[in-house]
Design a protein around this ligand. Structure first.
Ligand SMILES: [Zn+2]
Length: 236
């Protein structure tokens, strides 16, 4: 794909709609498709990186990317809010409309990584995906634009969901082949799913190369086993 594009000076950003691609679209000179040192007013080519012999040969390139402007929820701890440089993190809001989600289940908290925000004077019917964390620069997200704060109780709810979604313990499912042991691993495994419940946590000795077994407790309630390795007890 090659598109000739006229870059305006400082009076606007060209709007470019790209089809979904599995490659980057690079901005090159109209002559010989050379990489550009700086973007200046004038014509450029938009080129599929796979059609070039030398993409990124010099270490940097101008590329066209999709951006979205919208509302988001700031995640950064309050003690970092004074900083002007650096990077903050946000969860972009997503509209319920068109999401295809079952609203009843969303409101009931049934989706492990999704959180419905309560309707508000300035917004309604939105939710966040706590695994969809985006970096923003403080200047792009001025605190004077803030339209709502959450309660301490809601903050705990969101954080709990975040920890569960992002901090899940890894473990073998039933039938997965056990890999060679790590340096400090003992060959003894426990079921991480059972750790969450008031049951005796099963413990097994598993052989590398063999399939992980089912967990009797988990099987009773229709869950899958999650065997995580125990390491030697050692000082930190
Ligand atoms: Zn279990």
């Amino acid at each position: 794909m090659t598109i000739v594009l006229s870059l305006a000076r400082a009076d606007g950003v060209p709007l470019i709609l790209l089809p979904p691609l599995d490659a980057l679209v690079l901005v090159r000179s109209t002559h010989y498709k050379f990489p550009l040192e700086h973007l200046k007013a004038g014509e450029v080519l938009l080129v599929d990186e796979l059609g070039l012999d030398d993409p990124f040969e010099r270490g940097s390139e101008y590329a066209v990317v999709t951006v979205v402007r919208g509302k988001a929820m700031l995640i950064t701890p309050t003690c970092d809010l004074d900083q002007e440089d650096g990077v903050w993190a946000v969860w972009p809001w997503r509209p319920l409309e068109g999401s295809g989600l079952d609203v009843g289940n969303l409101n009931a908290g049934k989706f492990a990584n999704l959180y419905r925000l309560p309707d508000h004077k300035y917004f309604d019917s939105v939710f966040i995906d706590v695994t969809d964390i985006r970096p923003v620069r403080p200047k792009q997200f001025p605190l004077r634009s803030r339209i709502a704060s959450i309660t301490r109780e809601a903050e705990n709810d969101v954080l709990e969901r975040f920890h569960r979604a992002m901090g899940r313990v890894w473990g073998y499912e039933e039938g997965e082949t056990v890999q060679p042991l790590g340096k400090y691993e003992t060959g003894i495994f426990r079921c991480a799913q059972c750790n969450l419940y008031d049951v005796t946590v099963p413990q097994r000795s598993l052989q590398p190369g063999s399939p992980a077994p089912e967990c009797d407790n988990c099987k009773k309630i229709g869950r899958s086993a999650q065997w995580y390795p125990l390491a030697k007890h050692r000082p930190q």
